[in-house]
Write a protein that binds this ligand. Structure first.
Ligand SMILES: [Zn+2]
Length: 124
């Protein structure tokens, strides 16, 4: 559990663990009641109150990473990308992008390297 300090009108979570007295716990519960801070649902951390926000930033990042590993989420992302690439706006951008001299040069170098490696038969 981390202690919460008030700073510049907002709430800041200090990154030191402290043992709380009953009074301090009361204060925290009151702050939660007043919707100044929220207790993270997975790790007992506090963060500044934001409507609909139930997890601290660390847990939110973890949850998101875990979510993105799920096959149905991956498939949905691929599907979105496929649709995105069909749009005229993207096609136009892509056409112009691959005509740029620095991009052309980069691809030339890459394909030359790829060809050389393939010729040598060293696999990757
Ligand atoms: Zn958390």
């Amino acid at each position: 559990m981390k202690w919460v300090t008030k700073q510049e009108g907002g709430l800041v979570v200090a990154h030191t663990t402290v043992i709380l007295t009953a009074d301090q716990i009361n204060d925290l519960e009151w702050a939660i009641e007043k919707r100044e801070i929220t207790l993270c649902e997975t790790c007992d951390d506090f963060f500044a109150y934001v409507p609909q926000k139930r997890f601290c930033d660390d847990c939110r990042r973890q949850n998101l990473l875990k979510r993105n590993q799920r096959p149905e989420v991956k498939e949905r992302k691929r599907e979105y990308q496929r649709e995105h690439r069909k749009q005229p706006k993207y096609k136009k951008w892509s056409r112009e992008y691959y005509q740029r001299p620095e991009v052309k040069e980069r691809n030339r170098v890459k394909s030359r390297e790829y060809y050389r490696r393939k010729k040598r038969g060293s696999g990757k």
